[in-house]
Write a protein that binds this ligand. Structure first.
Ligand code: NAD
Ligand code: UDP
Length: 319
């Protein structure tokens, strides 16, 4: 049994990781400033004897009484609408926050796992994307604040590994979805589900021909736990290789939410789609080989669970 600290532990992925680690018998400390999430994500864990929540900004000095055995660093502003609105906070959490979290790992001799992203590949010129691809990021574009902060975080993680001998892991997460996403996070999954459930038009940007590959959160969490338990220091992609256009995705959500929404092609006037990757699909050969990992949940099943969650949430909140 280990004591595991999760920065961003009240977030979408962080709260699912907390559930899984607790059910595996570990103790979990969730550290989060609730900047992009709601405490309701971890409300069900209040009073759990092996769970603790600390409200704290990871970019400030972190003091922890209980020595952690591992630190999973997830704190970030990962949704495009958040990082376009808060570019400096995004850079700070990726840079200063990662430095503080690594410093904490060093002080306690803890294992460290960085939640990185497929955005390190930018608008990729190699398809599908293997870990060996160095990427195509525009450092001064609107997405650069997120992409470069994660690229810096990877460099910092490797520097702590090489220079301080910290036992580190880097997971490059591709688009992941599931219950507890923030309904107004502006991502394609939440936008389409909310629009579908409200019978509003589904806002497909431009011609809808960009592609993404969507992974259900329980599959991702299983991969992260396997990576943590492995000895792999080099980055590992985790995502679902089933690729589709945004338009195909809209039609799937349209069907599963009742089919009353129409599809509307829109071209946002702001910078939302600037440098928006045209194609994205993870090459997961490495995760298959090293972790014996493979996503199991089909898009339709995953979307049904997620839609049920949002239907209930909207009913309770009257939206
Ligand atoms: P999320 O927004 O639900 O979770 C991020 C959490 O970090 C939030 O709870 C937020 O309040 C917290 N946070 C932000 N700034 C903080 C700060 N300064 N101090 C403390 N806490 C802070 O997002 P998520 O989708 O769960 O993402 C979790 C991680 O996975 C992120 O690092 C993200 O970059 C990575 N990731 C996610 C996806 C995805 O599709 N969901 C894809 C690639 C990478
Ligand atoms: N998108 C869309 N309509 C929306 C929201 C997003 O067509 O209402 C597109 C967006 O331009 C991108 C893809 O869906 O090509 C995925 O966007 P998301 O914000 O979910 O995350 P990204 O993968 O770009 O980080």
């Amino acid at each position: 049994m280990a004591r595991i600290l999760i920065t961003g532990g009240a977030g979408f992925i962080g709260s699912h990781l907390a559930d899984r680690l607790l059910s595996d018998g570990h103790s979990v400390i969730a550290l989060d400033n609730l900047f992009t999430s709601k405490a309701r994500n971890i409300g069900h864990l209040a009073g759990h004897e092996r769970f603790k929540f600390i409200r704290h900004d990871v970019t400030e000095y972190i003091y922890i009484e209980d020595k952690p055995d591992a630190i999973l660093h997830l704190a970030s502003l990962p949704s495009p609408v958040d990082y376009l609105r808060e570019p400096i906070k995004t850079l700070k959490v990726g840079a200063l926050g990662t430095h503080k979290a690594l410093g904490l790992a060093r002080a306690h001799g803890a294992k460290f796992l960085l939640a990185s992203t497929s955005e390190v590949y930018g608008d990729p010129q190699v398809h599908p994307q293997p870990e060996s691809y160095w990427g195509n990021v525009n450092p001064i574009g609107p997405r650069g604040v997120y992409d470069e902060s994660k690229r810096f975080a990877e460099a910092m993680t490797m520097a702590y590994h090489r220079y301080h001998g910290i036992d580190t892991r880097i997971v490059r997460i591709f688009n992941t979805y599931g219950p507890r996403m923030r309904p107004d996070d502006g991502r394609v999954v939440t936008n389409f589900i909310a629009q579908g459930l409200r019978g509003e038009p589904m806002t497909v940007y431009d011609d809808g021909m960009r592609t993404r590959s969507f992974c259900y959160v329980s599959d991702l969490v299983d991969g992260i736990v396997r990576l943590l338990e492995s000895s792999e220091v080099d980055p590992v992609n985790l995502g679902n290789p089933r690729e589709m256009t945004v338009l195909e995705f809209a039609k799937t959500v349209q069907r599963l939410t009742g089919g009353t929404s129409e599809i509307k092609f829109v071209s946002p006037k702001d910078e939302r789609t600037k440098d928006d990757p045209y194609k994205r699909q993870p090459d997961i050969s490495r995760a298959r080989r090293i972790l014996g990992w493979e996503p199991k949940v089909s898009l339709e099943d995953g979307l049904r669970h997620t839609i049920d969650y949002f239907r209930e949430l909207f009913a309770t909140e009257g939206r």
